[in-house]
Design a protein around this ligand. Structure first.
Ligand SMILES: Cc1cc2nc3c(=O)[nH]c(=O)nc-3n(C[C@H](O)[C@H](O)[C@H](O)COP(=O)(O)OP(=O)(O)OC[C@H]3O[C@@H](n4cnc5c(N)ncnc54)[C@H](O)[C@@H]3O)c2cc1C
Length: 303
């Protein structure tokens, strides 16, 4: 068994109620109202914008997909009066695993509604089985719905070539290293390589006239990216920095804001705690310190 598979087994054994205890910093709460309160406070107190995400992934029934769409439509209603909020969605949550046509129909309806409201909509990038589909969907829909954004994962070797898919689109691309554990040879295995690619590909996008959301918690790379963008005289309204709610990055966020850079936090909230728990298990796999804390706590509870 690989180290990752072993870690996954351990994380999946942690009881859901315990996962929930560790949810507090990463999830805005279990209702839209709680998420909005977080978004309002971030904006009013720190000038930090948000993208709201209703937790949930890979729905297998139309009824569950409908539930997700309805929860998002309620969120869109609320952000109509909040220009500092955008919305992020996942193809799996929007019906891709029921049928790709259903997901496409749902996402296009949401894109139309967001366009009418003037609010950004980002289609998150999931695992490699949907990479091609997501890029094609984006290429098809972006000309009709300029508010649309999507995500590219720098760990994938294909990404550098994928940048060409956006030529002529004035795309809005969140650049991330990617959260899914894709093995070689499709993906890089060293984080440093992923982050060098993150910076390089972000610059290519900016040079081609696209908008870039530079999304990492690695302070060294945030600083390097920001310095490079400034040295290259890229206007500040052509890029922003994004991080996840709950990752302690107050200092760098203040530094960015004081320098006039736009910062946006990804703010997940739950309408169903089972969905939240699935999301948090993935976070634990990502962050050794968090998993370590949980495991330490488990040992403590057992002795
Ligand atoms: C706004 C946003 C949107 C994203 N959207 C997507 C997406 O659509 N598709 C996708 O595949 N991935 C997405 N990701 C996740 C991303 O791909 C990375 O997996 C994640 O950001 C961790 O990588 P890193 O660049 O921060 O570097 P790392 O080297 O993983 O982290 C740098 C530092 O930050 C700390 N850190 C990182 N994450 C956490 C955490 N969760 N809790 C505590 N500390 C942490 C680490 O301990 C480390 O010290 C998104 C990330 C962000 C910030």
């Amino acid at each position: 068994m690989s180290l990752y598979a072993a870690k996954k087994t351990v994380v999946n054994m942690i009881p859901g109620r315990l996962v929930r205890v560790f949810a507090a910093p990463y999830v805005a709460g279990d209702s839209l109202e709680k998420a909005l309160a977080v978004a309002d406070r971030l904006y009013e107190e720190k000038g930090v914008e948000t993208t709201l995400d209703v937790l949930g992934e890979a729905e297998k029934t139309e009824a569950k997909v409908r539930g997700a769409v309805d929860a998002y439509l309620r969120a869109l209603e609320a952000v109509k009066t909040r220009p500092y909020c955008t919305i992020s969605i996942k193809p799996g949550h929007w019906g891709y695993y029921v049928s790709p046509e259903l997901a496409r129909r749902n996402i296009e309806e949401m894109a139309a509604a967001c366009q009418a409201a003037g609010r950004g909509l980002t289609v998150d990038m999931e695992d490699t089985d949907v990479t091609e589909w997501t890029i094609n969907l984006y290429r098809d829909l972006k000309p009709k719905y300029p508010i649309l954004g999507t995500v590219l994962q720098s760990r994938l070797y294909r990404t550098e070539k994928d940048l060409d898919a956006f030529d002529g689109l004035k795309a809005n691309i969140r650049m991330v290293i990617g959260i899914y554990n894709v093995p070689a040879p499709a993906a890089m295995t060293k984080k440093r390589d992923m982050k060098e690619a993150l910076l390089k590909e972000s610059l290519i996008l900016l040079n081609r006239g696209h908008y870039v959301c530079f999304a990492t918690h690695d302070i060294e790379y945030v600083r390097r990216a920001w310095k490079t963008f400034q040295d290259k005289k890229i206007p500040k309204d052509r890029y922003e920095f994004q991080m996840l709610l709950g990752v302690p990055r107050d200092h760098i966020i203040k530094e960015l804001r004081d320098g006039g850079a736009k910062v946006r936090l990804y703010v997940p909230f739950a309408s169903d705690w089972d969905d939240a728990i699935a999301y948090l298990r993935r976070r634990m796999l990502e962050s050794p310190s968090m998993a370590g804390l949980v495991v330490k706590n488990l040992f403590w509870r057992h002795h």
